[in-house]
Structure formats: C-alpha cells, structure tokens
Write a protein that binds this ligand. Structure first.
Ligand code: ATP
Ligand code: MG
Length: 299
C-alpha cells in the first residue's frame, strides 16, 4: 500500500520519518539515532479511516494525558525523555510533542480487557470465547471479566484492521520471554490504571498499549501514548449499567454520526467531513476525560 503522508509540521532540526493515524515521528538531523520526536496531531480516526476533519486540541489532550499517566506508572519503563522547549521540543509543537527514546517497536497491540464489550462481545456472542479463550455463559455487554484478559492483536498498516491473535502467536512472533513480559506488563498497567481511574469515578473497561525494545537499556519499554480516550474505553462509573452499550469518553459522537442517515456515508468511500456540532461535542468529550482523570483544568 502507499505510504500515509498527512500534512505535518516542518520542524527545524528534525526530519519527518513516519506518520501513523494520529502521530507524526521525526528524527534529529544531527545524526543521533537513539531518540525520536513523537508529535500527536489533531487527526481522528474512526472505522479504520483517518477523517478529513481535525478535532481542535486533541493532540494536546492526548499528549498531556499520556504524560500524566507515564508519571503515575513508575516502575514500568517508558520512552519519555522530555516534553518541553527546555528539553528540546520545538516551540511550534510544544504541548503535543515528546522527545522519546527510539524503540524497536513490537508489531503487537497489547490489549487488556477488564470488561466485555466491542469486538470482544461480538466474538463472545458468536463462539463463547474472547480471543479464543473460553468465557463463562451468560455474560452481557459491559460484564466484568475475572481475571482481566490479555487479548493481543497484530498491528495493521494504516487503513487496515488490526487482527486479534492468540498468546501462542505472540510467542511465535517475539519469543517466550518477551511474550511473557508483554503480557505481565500490560496486565500490571491495566490493574494499576483501573484503580486510579476508579477513584475518579471512571471505569477503565479496556486499554491498548504498544511496547518496544530499548537498544540502549535492553529493557522492554512502554512507547506511543497511554490510557487516552483513543486507546482506552473510559466509562462514567455513575452511569454504568451492564446489559447495554455504555456511554464512553471517546469517539462515540463521531461513530454515531457516521453511521446515521445524516452523514449519508456508505462505509466504502472516504467518510464525509464532520459537522461543527459533532466536532465541538467530540472536543468537549476529550477535554472532559482529561479533566476528570487528572483533576486539572485543561488550559
Ligand atoms: P493506532 O495507534 O491508532 O492504532 P498507529 O500506531 O499506526 O495507529 P500512531 O499511533 O499515530 O498510529 O503512530 C505512531 C507510530 O509511532 C506507531 O507506529 C508507533 O509504533 C510508533 N512509535 C511510538 N513510540 C515510538 C518510539 N519511542 N520509538 C519508535 N517508534 C515509536
Ligand atoms: Mg499507535
């Protein structure tokens, strides 16, 4: 497939090397190969499409929320080196960028699920399993899962759909030792974050993280973003009611509008631009997630 090349800033001292659905990656022009600049854009993706409309401030929310979580997850190595101009972040992207250790990323999305919903619920209804693991009978949308499950998927190219894989497939891809560490780190991260979110009245239903190997330290290290509305399902604990879809702090307004008659979208072509009210409500939802979790106003 053709390389994905959305608009991105030209930054003095840095060369653009890659764009994912949401983030742009840069390497230093001075030849250092152990760091990258990770810049979160305001792009939003839904149904495996990057939409034509950007959500103002989304890149800053994702970056600031990730930094807040990285600080609270001490003990799990993470890639952050600096996130301000003093530390070397270009002024043009300050607030939504981090200078990070350059990792050799594992091509695996490490997912922990504490509740049954989404694609997991679809599989459970069809076969009584989740990522091929058998589950008890009688579970409904939003049922808690005991124990919390590690349900990895293979990372797809931009525009393709990530594919669920078994733990044994992870072992085949990365070896016994790395697979065991990826599972243990993902479940530890979920368990710690779930408790922190719960104190703030938010249920962390599931989350996706990406790890890489740091060639300098030799440690499996947390990369990308963590515990944002893009990578996680956050539910309002006060409204939680299993047996129905839970309202969540993410792209729900975007998905609802895209699949409604109002959008006229046929799901095969590129999605249409978002109307202003959908855009504004989505922005407010991202900001609310940041403020509820961190207890800080978003400025
Ligand atoms: P999505 O996260 O929406 O599933 P994606 O991962 O393809 O899709 P982005 O998150 O926008 O899209 O892209 C960021 C890219 O940067 C990913 O390929 C990720 O693996 C990579 N990356 C993140 N942190 C580092 C790092 N410290 N070193 C090297 N690559 C990194
Ligand atoms: Mg990513």
């Amino acid at each position: 497939m053709t390389a994905f090349a959305p608009d991105h800033a030209q930054l003095p001292g840095w060369r653009h090397v890659y764009s994912g659905k949401v983030r742009d990656l840069y390497e230093p022009l001075d030849g250092r190969d152990d760091v990258v600049l990770v810049v979160a854009s305001d792009r939003i993706s839904a149904y495996d499409h990057v939409l034509a409309t950007e959500i103002p401030d989304k890149g800053r929310v994702l970056t600031q929320l990730s930094l807040w979580w990285f600080e609270r997850l001490g003990g799990i190595p993470n890639h952050v080196i600096a996130a301000d101009v003093v530390g070397g972040v270009p002024a043009a992207v300050e607030g939504r960028a981090m200078i990070c250790r350059r990792l050799a990323m594992y091509p695996i999305e490490c997912i922990a699920r504490g509740y049954l919903t989404g694609s997991g619920l679809v599989e459970y209804r069809a076969s009584g399993t989740l990522c091929s693991l058998p589950l008890p009978d009688g579970l409904v949308d939003g049922s808690p899962l005991y124990p919390v499950l590690f349900t990895p998927s293979a990372k797809a190219e931009v525009g393709e759909h990530d594919e669920n894989i078994t733990y044994d497939a992870v072992v085949t891809m990365v070896g016994d030792d790395a697979a065991a560490q990826l599972r243990a780190l993902t479940l530890e991260l979920y368990t710690r974050a779930e408790a922190i979110a719960r104190e703030r009245g938010i249920i962390l239903a599931d989350t996706k993280v990406e790890f890489g190997l740091d060639p300098v330290t030799g440690l499996i290290t947390l990369g990308d973003e963590v515990l944002t509305p893009d990578s996680s399902r956050f539910w309002d604990a006060a409204l939680y009611a299993p047996g129905q879809a839970q309202p969540s702090f993410d792209k729900q307004f975007v998905r609802d509008w895209l699949t409604s008659d109002a959008s006229g979208w046929d799901r095969t072509s590129e999605p249409p631009p978002l109307p202003d009210d959908v855009l504004e409500r989505t922005r407010a939802r991202y900001v609310e997630a940041y403020e509820r979790l961190t207890g800080r106003p978003f400025v």
